[in-house]
Write a protein of this length. Structure first.
Length: 456
């Protein structure tokens, strides 16, 4: 008898998945973008993050619903094709590739920029190659190897963020006493406006990109129908809680929104509250965050490509393969690393433009997928809760469309151009829309009682 084909291994617990999602989000990013958000909100950063958290929770709710209904890899691509239409699902997956494909590149690009600023004598390309090589090797070795490294990096990252917040509070206590630690000024001041808070929330929402990425680990998670929905909400809540607390402490320590350079405001504040030693530690925390986030982002990219390759939407012999020894989609991981080399020719602003279009397109259609599921269930004679399957997803979809259309013109142009290429490929794939894109039966759904493989 022939040996069974290699498959993904179920080994991740709720804790593992949540930590993976938090690493993807990179909690320290609240400090990386602090100055820009402070400038937009006129010194009301925690309010912007509070509004962004509320907005993201609607979409997180929808992701949880769809993850429970369809416990397989593929995230928004799978949810839309199964609940709305396979062709629309393909286009959502194509748009999502912008997010997944280019996010690791942006992560490595930011990390390389920080390191080059600190060590200008080392060529920029050295840092990019180093990031890609180490991250790719860890991900090919397997999700458990990446998980163990990720745990250590997350501990250090959270430690740096925690020390930063505590030093901010100490700074306030030394100058204002205990009464200065409790104030509404960080949330609202004389310059605060709804327009400013909305603009800041649109920027702050980018910090949450990644809570949805845990759905790509569905087929490697124990009890995914129960674990993944909980992990999605916990990742969004914990990440949002960290963002709000750190933004509050930082806003207390540095009232207002005036900085020498808003893009590096956190370095300025770190030096004020902790001196040169802490500013060096803060730099180390930022680099660790970029490395941990890169591991999670590259892993998620490879799983999305695997889902599309397994369906033969992308060439199956390339994208649908699992490494026989490590049980990982090794070719997809290598491809994600190769795309990262584009960072040598792009800047952060241009790269980020790709990401935002794909992310908010996916968020919008996942919310619509829940509404489509409600309609299908009603036709089948079942009565799912109206508030849970229609009201909350509708609010989430409206918010996501609002964010999508508040992207800059470059993001919209690049995103629409990428989508146009996807439409052309879909026309070829479906022979002029005369047939649906290829589909397949997911083996793990068909045989839920199969004996799990051993954890390495």
């Amino acid at each position: 008898m022939s040996n069974p084909a290699p498959a993904l291994t179920r080994s991740l617990t709720l804790r593992s998945v949540v930590l993976f999602g938090l690493a993807y989000m990179a909690p320290i990013i609240v400090l990386g973008t602090y100055g820009v958000v402070a400038d937009s909100t006129h010194g009301s950063v925690p309010t912007a993050y509070l509004l962004a958290l509320g907005a993201m929770l609607f979409t997180a709710h929808s992701y949880g619903k769809m993850a429970a209904a369809h416990p397989v890899a593929g995230s928004s691509y799978t949810y839309v094709r199964r609940s709305i239409d396979s062709r629309i699902g393909f286009l959502v997956g194509w748009a999502t590739l912008l997010d997944y494909f280019f996010l690791p590149m942006v992560i490595w690009l930011i990390g390389g920029a920080y390191l080059q600023a600190e060590f200008p004598s080392v060529p920029f390309w050295v840092w990019i190659i180093a990031f890609i090589t180490v991250t790719t090797a860890l991900n090919i070795r397997g999700i458990k190897t990446a998980e163990r490294v990720n745990d250590l990096l997350m501990v250090f990252q959270v430690l740096v963020v925690g020390i930063f917040a505590l030093l901010c509070l100490r700074h306030v206590f030394q100058h204002q006493g205990a009464q200065g630690l409790v104030s509404v000024t960080p949330f609202a001041n004389h310059a605060t406006s709804f327009a400013g808070i909305s603009a800041g929330a649109a920027i702050a929402a980018y910090s949450f990109l990644g809570f949805d990425a845990v759905t790509t680990l569905t087929e490697e998670t124990i009890e995914p129908q129960r674990t993944i929905p909980r992990a999605i909400l916990l990742t969004a809540l914990l990440g949002g809680g960290i963002f709000i607390v750190v933004a509050y402490a930082t806003q207390l320590a540095h009232p207002g929104y005036t900085f020498t350079d808003p893009s590096s405001a956190a370095f300025e504040i770190a030096k004020d509250i902790g001196g040169d030693l802490f500013s060096s530690l803060f730099l180390a925390g930022l680099i660790v965050a970029q490395f941990a986030s890169g591991i999670a982002a590259q892993a998620s990219t490879s799983r999305l490509l695997y889902a599309m390759g397994r369906d033969s939407v992308l060439p199956r012999k390339i994208f649908g393969r699992i490494h026989p020894k490590y049980h990982t989609p090794a070719l997809n991981i290598l491809l994600a690393g190769a795309v990262g080399l584009i960072a040598l020719r792009l800047n952060v602003a241009t790269s980020t433009s790709f990401i935002n279009f794909g992310a908010f397109t996916a968020f919008t259609f996942v919310n619509l997928s829940v509404i489509a599921t409600y309609i299908r269930e009603r036709r089948a004679g079942r009565r799912p809760a109206l508030w849970s399957y229609v009201l909350l997803p509708a609010i989430g979809a409206v918010v996501d469309v609002w964010l999508l259309f508040h992207l800059d013109s470059k993001a919209l142009t690049l995103g629409l151009a990428w989508l146009a290429v996807g439409v052309c490929y879909l026309v070829f794939l479906t022979k002029g829309f005369r047939k649906a894109p290829p589909e397949m039966t997911f083996d793990e759904e068909a045989a839920p009682a199969a004996e799990p493989q051993s954890v390495r």
